[in-house]
Design a protein around this ligand. Structure first.
Ligand code: HEM
Length: 247
């Protein structure tokens, strides 16, 4: 009994540490990457722009601003306490999150088309956009049906893709440090590798997290419930269902 309590406390602490790190990195990258696109001056762009295409800079502005918003809102949406105590806030932020993804995705397609960073990165960005839209669509569909756990799983997948904006920049910093000591490593190779790594590693981490934080606890609870039908509700069971509260 005491051992179970200790391990539950340890798990909760580990979860808060992870959540804190994720939130700090999300806010940090949003604060670092978005401001150059708030000035309205293409000269402030961190990326090289096509001089003949005004739409290139505009697409980065329309992409970066909602992207930053999505990055910051995400961690709040995973707070069980906020969801349970204030489901209305969760719903409002969820709508802002979703609309921002749609706007950010349309702009990302344009930005990827004009990107000067090479075909392999462009392919990665197109795939990322499709997956970003698909996962948020599935999450929305699940919650409209009142399937809370499924909604959570799709949102973990979606935020893992959003978080590629953070890991991309971390891999770029590491890649540039490696490049400084490896003379014939081209920037384009560092960039392409970082883009693909940020997506693929995040997807793998998300699936691991889904299995260990959602599916396995669910299976354990189901097992306990089957062996002791009068078992009490747990924190996870208290997650509000939006069934019957559509809109
Ligand atoms: C997850 C889906 C996302 C996709 C598909 C995507 C796609 C893109 C594309 C195609 C570019 C242009 C890259 C180039 O020309 O090489 C770009 C740049 C940018 N993106 Fe995203 N992005 C996503 C998420 C985010 C998020 C969540 C943020 C939030 C901060 C963000 C912020 C930016 C910024 C600020 C730039 C300009 C480049 C820079 O200054 O670093 N993106 N993105």
């Amino acid at each position: 009994m005491t051992t179970t309590l200790i391990s539950r406390t340890a798990r909760r602490r580990w979860w808060w540490a992870l959540w804190g790190l994720m939130a700090v990195l999300a806010v940090g990258i949003a604060a670092y990457a978005v401001p150059p696109y708030l000035t309205g001056d293409p000269a402030d762009s961190a990326l090289p722009l096509r001089p003949d295409v005004a739409l290139h800079y505009l697409s980065l502005v329309v992409h970066a601003v909602p992207g930053g918003l999505v990055l910051i809102i995400g961690p709040l949406q995973f707070m069980t306490r906020l969801r349970v105590s204030n489901p209305k806030v969760h719903r409002v932020l969820g709508r802002i999150y979703m609309i921002s993804i749609v706007a950010g995705s349309i702009a990302a397609i344009v930005a990827a088309t004009y990107s000067l960073d090479g075909f392999p990165s462009q392919v990665a960005f197109y795939l990322l956009t499709a997956a970003w839209l698909y996962t948020v669509g599935k999450a929305y569909q699940a919650i409209r049906r009142g399937e809370v756990q499924l909604h959570r799983i799709w949102m973990i997948r979606n935020y893992a893709l959003t978080f590629a904006a953070v890991t991309l920049r971390i891999y770029l910093i590491i890649g540039m440090a490696v490049r400084a000591s490896v003379a014939d490593l081209a920037f384009e190779d560092v960039y392409t590798t970082s883009v693909w790594a940020s997506i693929l590693i995040n997807v793998v981490v998300a699936e691991y997290f889904i299995i260990h934080r959602t599916l396995m606890p669910l299976a354990r609870r189901r097992q306990r419930r089957d062996s002791a039908p009068a078992a009490q509700n747990t924190e996870e069971d208290a997650v509000p269902t939006h069934a019957g509260k559509k809109g």
